[in-house]
Design a protein. Structure first.
Length: 115
């Protein structure tokens, strides 16, 4: 198992546009091996005293932070998917409904999994 994690600053007014963006692209990720996707729209995210989700993406007053993760069977599958998607000409012309420069993301190897 391998996990991609994301913090995404999305204009609050674009919530449905963002949801449509994710649901449009999810089938391509699934077809290339992704096993699950969870997208969480901030509901109870308070400012911290030193760091927090809001400052991590330099959240603006008219934005909401999204916390998301995607589960892969392994890192190799994830890497192959991203390589294929970056080679797709459609990706180079795609407009994102958020500021990608402030997106925070990374890949994680799980050390505890409970269900």
């Amino acid at each position: 198992m391998y996990i991609d994690g994301f913090l995404i600053p999305v204009p609050t007014a674009n919530k449905e546009i963002y949801r449509a963006h994710e649901t449009t692209w999810w089938p391509a990720f699934r077809a290339k091996g992704a096993q699950s996707l969870v997208i969480g729209w901030a509901d109870d995210v308070a400012p911290g005293t030193q760091t927090d989700f809001l400052r991590a993406v330099d959240l603006r007053a008219d934005e909401t932070v999204v916390f998301a993760w995607m589960i892969w069977p392994d890192k190799a599958t994830r890497d192959a998917c991203y390589a294929a998607m970056m080679a797709d000409p459609e990706m180079s012309t795609m407009e994102f409904p958020f500021d990608g420069k402030r997106l925070v993301y990374g890949g994680f190897q799980p050390i505890v999994v409970e269900s």
